[in-house]
Ligand binder design. Structure first.
Ligand SMILES: NC(=O)c1ccc[n+]([C@@H]2O[C@H](COP(=O)([O-])OP(=O)(O)OC[C@H]3O[C@@H](n4cnc5c(N)ncnc54)[C@H](OP(=O)(O)O)[C@@H]3O)[C@@H](O)[C@H]2O)c1
Length: 260
């Protein structure tokens, strides 16, 4: 079942969200760009409009609150925008020892990485199920397969998104709604500096290409794949993780997340 129509992308002003916005526009989807920095959203919207001749809409919103998903939903309703594809891309990371990290920042991370996407899926996914068509593309990470010491909440949030997505993919398939969870390896974006992880092996090592990640995510959604892991190395690693001892994978993640 292919997915057409307007795609709403959270975190569309930079990084993977911006690349996904372009990928959807390149396939003739109108796009709704959501993030906090209006100027960056405007530039991204102007670029895809000029390049792909699609309609764009901008919603400037901080999504790190319990009220924000409802406000976003209301705003799209009021503006008469029907969302056919929801791209839950927004997410942040926090590197460091959990008990020493700022708890409010960890709670914001839980809101942005788990609660906001869950709320948006309930709101827009409910409408899609009623209409009998639509798609949800959730951005998790290959971190979803492992516990991640020194990025404990981040890895756990991605494990939640993977499990949640696979479960609702099964629930919504019969309603005509396709759900895919996109799991990239490391990608060079603003993420590494925001997460204070540029001095870790994970934050300064080999990175995947952002356009390749967006393309694999888009194709996976259109092919009805519940899970998309990007790049052959990470496809292999996530398969291997099923047979490797948990102690070993946890230690490896700890090494990757430790400041040098
Ligand atoms: N980069 C990686 O290595 C990597 C790997 C695997 C998975 N991922 C996942 O991919 C997704 C996108 O990450 P990225 O690498 O593209 O990060 P990024 O370059 O930091 O972009 C994050 C986007 O989210 C927006 N955002 C951040 N906080 C927000 C808030 N409170 N409210 C609204 N929007 C907010 C940012 O825009 P504003 O600042 O304008 O709001 C930006 O558009 C995340 O879910 C991340 O976990 C990333």
């Amino acid at each position: 079942m292919t997915v057409d129509g307007t795609a709403l992308v959270t975190g569309a002003s930079a990084g993977i969200g911006r690349a996904l916005t372009e990928e959807f526009a390149a396939h003739d989807h109108d796009v709704v760009l959501v993030a906090r920095r209006e100027e960056k959203l405007r530039v991204a919207a102007d670029e895809v409009e000029a390049e792909y001749d699609v309609d764009t809409h901008i919603v400037t919103k901080d999504l790190a609150s319990r009220e924000a998903p409802h406000e976003l939903y209301e705003e799209t309703q009021e503006r008469g925008i029907e969302v056919d594809v929801l791209v839950n891309n927004v997410g942040i990371g926090t590197q460091g020892a959990f008990v020493e990290n700022d708890l409010d920042r960890e709670l914001d991370q839980m809101q942005l990485n788990m609660v906001t996407p869950t709320q948006l899926t309930h709101l827009y996914g409910g409408d899609m199920a009623e209409r009998g068509s639509g798609g949800v593309l959730n951005v998790a990470s290959t971190g979803a397969w492992f516990p991640g010491p020194f990025m404990a909440v981040y890895y756990a949030s991605k494990a939640y998104m993977k499990s949640f997505s696979e479960a609702i993919s099964e629930e919504l398939r019969s309603e005509g709604v396709s759900v895919t969870v996109l799991c990239p390896g490391p990608v060079e974006t603003e993420f590494q500096s925001r997460a204070s992880m540029t001095d870790t092996p994970l934050g300064s090592g080999q990175m995947q290409d952002v356009e390749m990640v967006a393309e694999e995510g888009y194709e996976g959604l259109q092919a009805g794949k519940p899970v998309v892991v990007t790049g052959w190395k990470y496809k292999l690693l996530t398969k291997l993780s099923n047979v490797l001892p948990n102690r070993l994978t946890t230690q490896s993640a700890k090494d990757l997340n430790t400041s040098e």
